[in-house]
Design a protein around this ligand. Structure first.
Ligand code: SF4
Length: 189
């Protein structure tokens, strides 16, 4: 029982090749997880049944860059690890996208030291920045959906040499900040 059962068997659909290709691309994003720290745990949680990344067609984590089109950098990257990250990015096939997940990947976070890269976007193009320390799985899913919307629109900016430019989309935090400390009322009903 599927869509085809609701349509006459001799139906014809017409569309542009671009739309079909983009639909297939955005419905089957294959992430390459580059998880180095605590953000990686949230990345793993995103694929579990509670959040179910499979609903967005992006649960097939590949551990080979040649089979991936979405690099998710989750966690701090040390200067020593950086060449590995750059090599993985270079080995991924075009078109490819990059998510910088969490404060550490985007800015170095609290690790303001000579050994930690102060933002991976200094070395690889980042399309979507997911804020948080760590970002919740919903926030990462929002980042993946932002990439899917861009793929849908076929909006891949290129420079004059034909090389793809980073999209540089920063998501807004999806929580309401509260003044600290929170007031506590004992015995309130
Ligand atoms: S942003 Fe926070 S949760 Fe993520 S790797 Fe850094 S310290 Fe850990």
């Amino acid at each position: 029982m599927g869509l085809e059962s609701a349509l006459p068997s001799d139906s014809v659909l017409t569309t542009s090749l671009n739309r079909v290709v983009n639909w297939a691309r955005r419905s089957s994003v294959w992430p390459m997880p580059f998880a180095t720290a605590c953000c990686g745990i949230e990345l793993m949680a995103t694929a579990c049944s509670r959040f179910d990344l499979a609903r967005f067609g992006a649960e097939v984590m590949r551990f080979s860059p040649r089979q991936s089109d979405l690099l998710i950098v989750a966690g701090r990257v040390s200067v020593k690890t950086l060449p590995v990250l750059q090599r993985i990015y270079a080995q991924m096939a075009e078109p490819k996208w990059v998510i910088s997940m969490g404060a550490c990947a985007s800015t170095g976070g609290v690790f303001d030291t000579y050994a930690v890269v102060q933002g991976v976007d200094q070395f690889i193009p980042v399309d979507v920045y997911v804020p948080g320390c760590p970002p919740r799985p919903e926030m990462l899913i929002e980042g993946i959906m932002a990439i899917q919307r861009i793929i849908d629109e076929d909006n891949i900016p290129r420079d004059p040499s034909g090389k793809r430019r980073a999209l540089n989309i920063a998501l807004r935090p999806n929580y309401e900040p509260h003044a600290q400390p929170l007031p506590v009322t004992i015995g309130a009903t």
